[in-house]
Design a protein around this ligand. Structure first.
Ligand code: DER
Length: 226
C-alpha cells in the first residue's frame, strides 16, 4: 500500500544514518521494521554494528536478520536510536506506545546521544493528544491510577485489550490508553503522571527526539528541523 511505501522509504533512508562500528538503539513498530530490514542487509554486506532492541518483537526481527544484539545493560551510551512515533509535534515532542513498547523505547532513547524519529506524514500534529496516550501501569490497583488520570483531565481511558483480555507488556504490565484530546502542556502532564503511584511509564517523549524523518505520500522523504 502507499502507506507501506512511505514507511519503507523513510525506514530505509534512516538506515543510511547508521555509522559503521557503532552501538545503536533499534525501535519497534511497522516503520522501524523497514529500518531493521535495511540494517540487516548492511550487516550481511559486512557492516559492523551492535544493536540494542526496544522490545521482544524487535529482538526477534533483528535476530532473524542476523543483526548483532546487545542489551541496554551492556552499554554505557548509544550513539543513536532510530524509532517510530504515533504523533510528532513541531517541538519534536512525541506520543509513543502504540505498539506497547514505550517503556523500553524511552529508556533506550534516553541512553542515546541522538534520536531519529521515522514517521509517515499523518503522524505530524500541531498539538499532541488526538492519539490516546499509552500509560504502562502495574495491574495491581490500576483503577486507582485510572481515577487519578481522570482527575488530570482525562475522563475517558481504558486498559488495552487483546482477544477480550488485557494486553500484557514485555514486563507483565497493562497499558492504559488515555484519551486526553489536545494536550496543552506535555512536560507538565508527563511530570503529573509520574506522581501517580502505579504508573510505570507514559508515552510522552519530551526532549528526546533530535531529528525527524518524514515519508510523504508522493514518495519523498524530508528531514525536519526544529
Ligand atoms: O509503539 C511505538 O512507540 C511505535 O514506535 C509506534 O509509535 C510507531 O509505530 P508505527 O511505525 O507502526 O506507526
Amino acid at each position: 500500500s502507499d502507506k507501506d511505501q512511505m514507511k519503507k522509504k523513510v525506514g530505509e533512508y534512516a538506515a543510511t544514518f547508521i555509522q559503521n562500528g557503532t552501538a545503536i538503539g533499534i525501535g519497534t513498530g511497522s516503520t522501524a521494521y523497514w529500518m531493521i530490514m535495511a540494517l540487516g542487509a548492511k550487516v550481511r554486506e559486512g557492516f559492523q554494528i551492535t544493536a540494542v532492541p526496544t522490545s521482544r518483537a524487535t529482538v526477534e526481527l533483528a535476530q532473524a536478520q542476523g543483526i548483532p544484539l546487545a542489551t541496554l545493560n551492556d552499554v554505557d551510551r548509544l550513539a543513536l536510536t532510530i524509532d517510530g512515533a504515533d504523533e510528532v509535534d513541531p517541538a519534536f515532542q512525541l506520543i509513543k506506545g502504540g505498539g506497547g513498547a514505550h517503556l523500553q523505547e524511552k529508556m533506550v532513547a534516553a541512553a542515546s546521544d541522538r534520536m531519529i524519529v521515522i514517521a509517515d506524514e499523518q503522524k505530524l500534529v500541531n498539538r499532541l493528544g488526538k492519539f490516546p496516550l499509552p500509560i504502562e501501569v502495574i495491574p495491581f490497583g490500576w483503577k486507582q491510577v485510572q481515577r487519578r488520570v481522570a482527575a488530570l483531565g482525562c475522563p475517558s481511558s481504558e486498559i488495552r485489550q487483546r482477544d477480550g483480555k488485557p494486553w500484557i507488556t514485555d514486563h507483565g504490565n497493562y497499558i492504559l490508553d488515555a484519551h486526553f484530546g489536545a494536550i496543552a502542556d506535555a512536560p507538565a502532564l508527563g511530570h503529573a503522571l509520574h506522581e501517580i503511584p502505579g504508573v510505570v511509564e507514559h508515552g510522552l517523549f519530551i526532549g528526546l527526539a533530535t531529528e525527524v524523518l518524514v515519508g510523504y505520500a508522493d514518495g519523498t522523504v524530508k528531514e525536519l528541523r526544529k
